[in-house]
Design a protein around this ligand. Structure first.
Ligand code: F6R
Length: 612
């Protein structure tokens, strides 16, 4: 989704801003722009397309070689098509104010009508241009940029992370946030503002996160913050726990492939210091203070979006089957619109890689307002969901740059397995049984590595199917969500239509699709329903579907039934999804590469979906 980078200091701001925007490319965007302050004026350059196109279009004129104050933006279109005019920054009527904006101004239409009546002329179709004009109109009256932003925002409904600069005063920029993340990077005689730490990590490790409803005035030498009602606030400057190497490709062709291969270590990091194998138990600091509420919970609700929702579906099996806690899983995007029956005895887990997904955040707030205990299972430290939850567990997967989520999924599952084991033990599971599960969890990184060592075989199979236009993914029990996730991965990055189905449901409809051109990926571990899945495979074979089986190493029977077999080690049933998804991630990656799509920046997608 949109990205923001601002700089004020002593060096030429243009390379700093362009490099920051490049670091944010993974979030997804369709146009980019930059504004610099030079010679008492603001100069703007913006265009549809890539940051590289924007960089190539900048000549040395208009202060682009010398300015020390400026801001840049990557836009992911919501209102108005992705073209040069709608790209940010946007100016006000006077051309003296420039604004960049992440989020959506919901009442932009009524503000626009009011401004049109006052004689404003709009060039494009964005809500952001309307906000720029509104701030400009107030600025005309009050003469202070901070005050103009503050008063204008009090008229606005919706979400925003904004940065505003004025041609009249190069000493400061004003940033404000509601629902869309922003942080201030603190340097020596220079300050940064960004929507994501990866945009500033090259320059500073010291950051302050803006809270919802806060406005900041940022100068080269410092910053001050206040609420929208103009009450001063105190900010803690935190040290980023992030290395530059973590946000670079490190020799891999794509971030997605790098992140797939990181999984043995990211899964290990998720359990590090938490899994107590000898005790057959788990220690999770972020849940200690809510243990009483977790143990007395009437039920658990897990809510999330996309891949994280799939992790929730697997978690439902773990929590119900191992810890015996009634669990429901909800799409976060639907949660609050059906006036959910949530009460103070419920515990709601929010699973989110970014910790910023607008739908998931809204579900958190809805559940919290109804008195439930809300707990985050989040990757990005300090993100909004992490901060607003009553407690939770970080998955510690490190920055996930690839738009298609991979390592976050397996780390989410690992953390949900840890939570499950901890609750199961607290509810009476014996130490011996706990040890068996703990040993299984501890062995997962090695088993994932074993699967990754066979990546070349998956690549070979991928080449065989790169021309297919449809795929079916089948699985049963806790491997049904694996089928959903495998299908999601394929469609996201290769644009091939794919559907995930519970294997036994196939005969109730999708079986009509099967013929000799239909690849059918079946997850078929040797578990209690193995024979049933074999019957489903026979149904596909009878209709000449092309079967790719994800099966255990010691399964000989499958060899004669499937055209291709990808082997995975055995593990305890409900932890199987952590292994079974790995070949499906590789399969979609290699198919997408064979199809020639841009794996790290697939069309239309954004990494962090901060709008509803
Ligand atoms: C799929 C993917 C998305 C996200 C979803 C939720 O590969 O990345 O489906 O899983 O947008 O995002 P988070 O986990 O950041 O809340």
């Amino acid at each position: 989704m949109c990205g923001i980078v601002g700089y004020i200091g002593h060096r030429n701001c243009v390379p700093v801003i362009l490099e920051g925007l490049r670091r944010l490319e993974y979030r997804g965007y369709d146009s980019a722009g930059i504004a610099v302050h030079s010679g008492g004026a603001i100069h703007v350059q913006k265009r549809a397309g890539k940051v590289a196109d924007l960089a190539g279009s900048l000549d040395g004129g208009n202060g682009f070689l010398t300015a020390t104050f400026g801001m840049g933006h990557t836009r992911w279109a919501t209102h108005g098509e992705p073209n040069d005019v709608n790209a940010h920054p946007h100016g006000d009527a006077s051309g003296r104010i420039a604004l960049i904006h992440n989020g959506i101004i919901e009442n932009y239409s009524s503000i626009r009508t009011k401004l049109l009546r006052e004689g404003h002329v709009f060039r494009g179709g964005t809500d952001t241009e309307v906000l720029a004009h509104l701030i400009g109109a107030v600025y005309e009256k009050v003469g202070s940029l901070h005050e103009a932003v503050r008063l204008a925002l009090s008229e606005v409904d919706g979400t925003y992370g904004i940065v505003v600069m004025s041609a009249d005063d190069p000493s400061h920029m004003v940033a404000a946030r509601r629902g869309s993340p922003l942080l201030i990077g603190v340097g020596q005689g220079e300050h940064f503002v960004a929507s994501d730490a990866s945009a500033v990590i090259e320059h500073t490790r010291h950051v302050a996160y803006l809270s919802d409803g806060e406005i900041a005035v940022i100068t080269a030498d410092g910053f001050r913050t206040s609420t929208i009602d103009d009450v001063g606030t105190e900010k803690v400057v935190e040290e980023l726990n992030l290395e530059l190497a973590q946000i670079e490709r490190g020799g891999y062709d794509h971030f997605m492939l790098k992140e797939i291969h990181e999984q043995p270590s990211t899964i290990r990091d998720a359990m590090r210091g938490r899994l107590l194998v000898d005790e057959g138990n788990v220690k999770l600091g972020g849940l200690q203070h809510v243990m009483g509420r977790l143990l007395s919970a009437r039920r658990v609700i897990v809510t999330a979006c996309g891949t994280s929702w799939h992790a929730g579906l697997v978690a439902e099996y773990m929590l119900e089957q191992i810890a015996r806690i009634p669990t429901e899983v909800e799409y976060a995007s639907e949660f609050r619109y059906r006036n959910p029956l949530v009460n103070i005895d419920d515990v709601v887990f929010l699973i989110s890689q970014s910790g910023e997904t607008a739908d998931t955040l809204a579900a958190l707030r809805e559940a919290k307002s109804k008195g439930a205990t809300v707990l985050g299972v989040v990757n990005v430290v300090g993100s909004t969901i992490a901060r607003e939850a009553h407690g939770g567990v970080y998955i510690h997967a490190g920055p996930e740059i690839g738009v298609a989520s991979t390592k976050a999924f397996t780390s989410q599952l690992t953390v949900m397995a840890l939570i499950t084991l901890m609750l199961a033990r607290a509810r009476g599971m014996s130490r011996e049984d706990g040890q068996i599960l703990a040993r299984e969890i501890a062995s997962l990184p090695e088993k994932v590595q074993q699967i990754l060592d066979g990546a070349d075989e998956v690549k070979r199979i991928a080449h065989e199917f790169a021309g297919a236009r449809n795929f079916l993914y089948l699985g049963r029990g806790s491997n049904f969500p694996v089928a959903l996730e495998g299908a999601l991965k394929l469609k996201e990055i290769s644009y091939i239509h794919a559907e995930g189905y519970p294997a036994a449901e196939m005969k109730h409809g999708p079986i009509a699709l099967i013929d000799e051109r239909m690849p059918v990926v079946v997850v078929v571990p040797k578990d209690a329903i193995y024979e049933k899945v074999l019957s489903n495979i026979q149904e596909v074979r009878a209709r000449k579907g092309r079967i790719i089986a994800i099966a255990n190493e010691d399964d000989d029977e499958i060899t004669g039934l499937a055209e291709f077999v990808i082997r995975v080690p055995r593990t305890y049933g409900f932890f199987g999804p952590i292994l079974n998804i790995i070949p499906l991630q590789l399969l979609s990656y290699y198919i997408a590469v064979a199809c020639g799509t841009n794996v790290d920046q697939p069309r239309n997608l954004a990494k962090s979906v901060t709008v509803e």
